[in-house]
Design a protein around this ligand. Sequence first.
Ligand SMILES: NC(=O)c1ccc[n+]([C@@H]2O[C@H](COP(=O)([O-])OP(=O)(O)OC[C@H]3O[C@@H](n4cnc5c(N)ncnc54)[C@H](OP(=O)(O)O)[C@@H]3O)[C@@H](O)[C@H]2O)c1
Length: 247
Amino acid sequence: MLQGKNAIITGARRGIGKAVVEVFAKNGANIWACAKNFDDDFEAEMVKLAEKYKVQIWPVYFDLLDENQIKAGVSEIKKQNNQIDVLVNVAGIADESTSFVMSPLEKMKKVFDINFWGGTLLTQYVARLMMRNQTGNIIHISSVAGIDGILGQYEYVASKAAVNGAGVRQLARELWQYGIRVNGVAPGIVETRMGGQISDSLKRETLQHVIMQREGKPEEIANVVAFLASDLSSYMTGQIIRVDGGM
Ligand SMILES: NC(=O)c1ccc[n+]([C@@H]2O[C@H](COP(=O)([O-])OP(=O)(O)OC[C@H]3O[C@@H](n4cnc5c(N)ncnc54)[C@H](OP(=O)(O)O)[C@@H]3O)[C@@H](O)[C@H]2O)c1
């Protein structure tokens, strides 16, 4: 489905990002797998995956809180001189749930800085490169929380609502003139480290409203991302696809 496409994927070391790397590799994409810090195990894992699926995977390291690191990461990618076809912004954090009235602004800003501004900056640098080729495909991993809200997660909801509104809806309008499509995937609760941060009681309560009555698996999110990254979705832009088991 993605044969010959070159994709940048953030948050590649674990969770949904790792699943996106695997599904993309399985479907023939070459990948810049981005993680926050250098990690021997991650390097070895990427070599194994590349061999298994006969694609190329290049690990790249940058912290989304650090503009200089993002810039350096994109320069490294640029040096290879390969066309960048797809950017998947997966990396993100959620802090522990706190009542809105008791949430310090600094704590809230950090979540917003990573989930929105970090991804925004990376998207800006990469979109400039895609514009040169008059083609590209950007996919943001948002969250149903950015549409419906979730108790005790004011800053997370704000960051994902910003991703939906500005990152997807607005950028789809701005970037189509350069042949770039922009879409979002909004997962419900997914079995990852972040999914594990949700308290058992909130999870039980939320799952009661999920038609399929279970959490999603990272690869179930990754499969939808692969569809959006492929030409099978060629008439789609500006869409936020809920992948939530039916909420
Ligand atoms: N799990 C869920 O229930 C759920 C539901 C809806 C949406 N989402 C969204 O899905 C995305 C992936 O989350 P996940 O569930 O896979 O969680 P996860 O397992 O906690 O993974 C988070 C990823 O984000 C990366 N990251 C965090 N801070 C970073 C930073 N400052 N710079 C660069 N990378 C950073 C981590 O990189 P390192 O490993 O290199 O530290 C990690 O790969 C997030 O955007 C999240 O909001 C998750």
